[in-house]
Ligand binder design. Structure first.
Ligand SMILES: [Zn+2]
Length: 96
């Protein structure tokens, strides 16, 4: 079974996509950011208080060995589980 791709909210930038949590891995280090799956707008945390420029995201991606939409386990690891959209916390699956 494939885990649903978690999201935090609708994207406030493009109003089309969903803000999802993306994890970058570099050796044993993990970094997570929030990113819209449509317009790629990015933020440092699920509060969406601080944007990350596309240049910085590209640099992270180039410095890391891989990146993927975060699993629930990773979201919990970063302490962001409380930011997951209520639809997904209740139903488990709400893919779009
Ligand atoms: Zn967007």
């Amino acid at each position: 079974m494939v885990d649903p791709i978690l999201y935090v909210s609708q994207c406030p930038v493009c109003d089309q996509g969903l803000v999802r949590i993306r994890t970058f891995s570099q050796l044993s280090h993990l970094y997570s950011i929030c990113q819209c799956d449509e317009c790629d707008a990015s933020w440092t945390s699920p509060t969406l208080a601080q944007r990350i420029s596309r240049i910085d995201v590209d640099r992270m991606a180039s410095e890391c060995t891989s990146s993927h939409w975060s699993s629930l386990e990773e979201v919990c690891l970063f302490g962001w589980a409380g930011f997951i959209h209520p639809n997904q916390r209740i139903n488990g699956i709400e893919n779009k």
